[in-house]
Design a protein around this ligand. Structure first.
Ligand code: ADP
Ligand code: ZN
Ligand code: MG
Length: 476
């Protein structure tokens, strides 16, 4: 039997506000347990929540960037459930009146574009964290994260492959990072994804029963969990069984999903409007003001990079995935370097060094203007592209300018035809046997001569010139 796959994703994005959603406590990650807490976020009797305006602003930014329609008024609701890291016994979230509805995120897989619809975006508070002692029968609770603001972004069931789900998540993360509303760190849990997936016979009219997958802390794991789940659900249906609606956890070491709890046990949350928080009216003027502050987003940047810099779509995508990379690229080009060369040097050499040194482009020891100067030295033929790679590594490790390194090490390219001519002559006369063989038709010996010439000049000879002069002399 052939099946179609249906995937919808719920993303929880932790917002980069400096304080929590309903109190003034810090949201900073990694502090000593229970040091970022107060009577409000620990739910002491009699306290009242006060909404953090920045949370709404970050939500509006996100809605604008995804063309999601912002509701003129909003309301917070209590989602009631008991959990040891949720001291109030309810989570303040939005239910009937979310921040926004509709909108989309555009993805591209195998060259095909597709708009993934959004159902809604709403604001809510995060819960704390439980830490289970492995050696003793004790659990600890850390309430630092309690009350940290989250945006929940719910997609329509518009994705049909794990690859599309991966592309959606990467694009959404990229947008949130451009907007500087979320750092997108999946490993630290500031960008979390619950993946809903079902399959249905190809000719069926109705969706199949979905399972909800949790506990994936990387894009790759989301894709792998979905791949596993497609196969598992197919086997269940092919065996005549039926998929049960449940939450399943991704087990990273076993590469499988495992049942956590059935939806039957799932709670009725008894949502009701939170009487401690007033209705929210969102001013049109405020929205317009926020709109003006939205930066150029990844999709627009890709288009501009292709049009203005004549980059390939692939290069444009890689360079714009992170705003910092795109800015770096533009600064290199502003310094006068050729865009295509700049793109290559950033994507290959710079990315490799940054990865090796486990750092990011914002902390690159090579500034955009230094890289621009290096590329300039290749363009005006002062050094060869090959030598430039060594200079680049030296720049990375010493912070010296390319000019300084080239001068110090005497790396200036030999581009004088007479000088190259003499060297070619010398090499040919030293290798008469190979010259005879070449003339007798063994043309692959050309590489041998080039190798000898490059060795003689320590790689400094201009390769094109060597090629031309060598062929010329061999014909004589
Ligand atoms: P819940 O709180 O029960 O998880 P939500 O409405 O928050 O419900 O999220 C439901 C998610 O599941 C959405 O992303 C939606 O697109 C997706 N979804 C709904 N039905 C299906 C289905 N049959 N197969 C796959 N995904 C689905
Ligand atoms: Zn607090
Ligand atoms: Mg869900």
């Amino acid at each position: 039997m052939n099946y179609r796959t249906v995937i919808g994703l719920e993303v929880h994005a932790q917002l980069l506000t400096s304080s929590k959603i309903f109190c003034g406590c810090s949201t900073k990650f990694g502090a000593e347990p229970n040091t970022h807490i107060c009577p409000v976020c620990t739910a002491q009797p009699g306290v009242l929540p006060v909404l953090n305006r920045s949370v709404v602003e970050f939500g509006i930014k996100t809605a604008l960037a995804t063309k999601s329609e912002i509701a003129p008024f909003g309301q917070f609701a209590r989602k009631n459930y008991f959990y040891p890291d949720l001291p109030k016994g309810y989570q303040i979230s939005q239910f009937e009146f979310p921040l926004s509805k509709g909108g989309y995120v555009e993805i591209e897989t195998n060259g095909a574009k597709k708009k993934i619809g959004l159902t809604r975006i709403h604001m809510e508070e995060d819960a704390g964290k439980l830490i289970h002692d492995e050696d003793a029968p004790v659990s600890y609770v850390d309430l630092n994260r309690t009350g940290v603001p989250l945006l929940e972004i719910v997609s329509e069931p518009d994705m049909s492959t794990p690859e599309e789900a991966g592309a959606y998540l990467r694009k959404l993360r990229s947008i949130l990072r451009y907007l500087e509303v979320c750092n997108g760190n999946m490993e630290e849990g500031s960008f979390r994804c619950d993946a809903n997936i079902s399959i249905m016979p190809e000719d069926a009219k109705e969706f199949g029963t979905r399972t909800e997958l949790k506990n994936m802390n990387s894009f790759r794991n989301v894709e792998r969990a979905l791949e596993f789940e497609i196969i598992r659900q197919k086997e269940v249906l092919d065996d005549g069984g039926s998929v049960i609606q449940e939450t399943r956890l991704w087990n990273d070491s076993k590469n499988i999903t495992e049942s956590m709890r059935g939806k039957e046990e799932a709670h009725d949350y008894r949502y009701f409007p939170d009487p401690d928080l007033v209705f929210m009216k969102i001013d049109k003027d405020w929205i317009n003001k926020i709109k003006k502050g939205i930066p150029e987003l990844p999709d627009e940047k890709v288009k501009r990079f292709i049009e203005v810099f004549k980059l390939s779509p692939y290069d444009a995508h890689v360079l714009t995935a992170e705003k910092a990379t795109a800015d770096y690229f533009e600064d290199v080009v502003k310094g006068g370097a050729n865009p295509k060369l700049s793109s290559n040097w950033i994507m290959v050499e710079l990315m490799r060094e940054l990865k090796e040194h486990k750092t990011d482009i914002e902390n690159s020891p090579i500034s955009p203007s230094a890289l621009s100067n290096l590329i300039g030295l290749i363009e005006d033929k002062t050094i060869s592209g090959k030598i430039a790679k060594d200079v680049f590594v030296e720049m990375y490790n010493t912070n010296k300018s390319p000019d300084e390194i080239v001068k110090e090490k005497g790396l200036v390219q030999i581009a004088d035809p007479d000088e190259i001519g003499k060297i070619v002559q010398k090499i040919l006369s030293e290798n008469q046997k190979e010259v005879d063989e070449y003339k007798a038709g063994k043309e692959q010996l050309l590489k041998f001569f080039i190798g000898r010439i490059m060795k003689e000049t320590k790689g400094k000879a201009n390769p094109q010139m060597v090629n031309e002069i060598l062929k010329d002399q061999l014909q004589k």
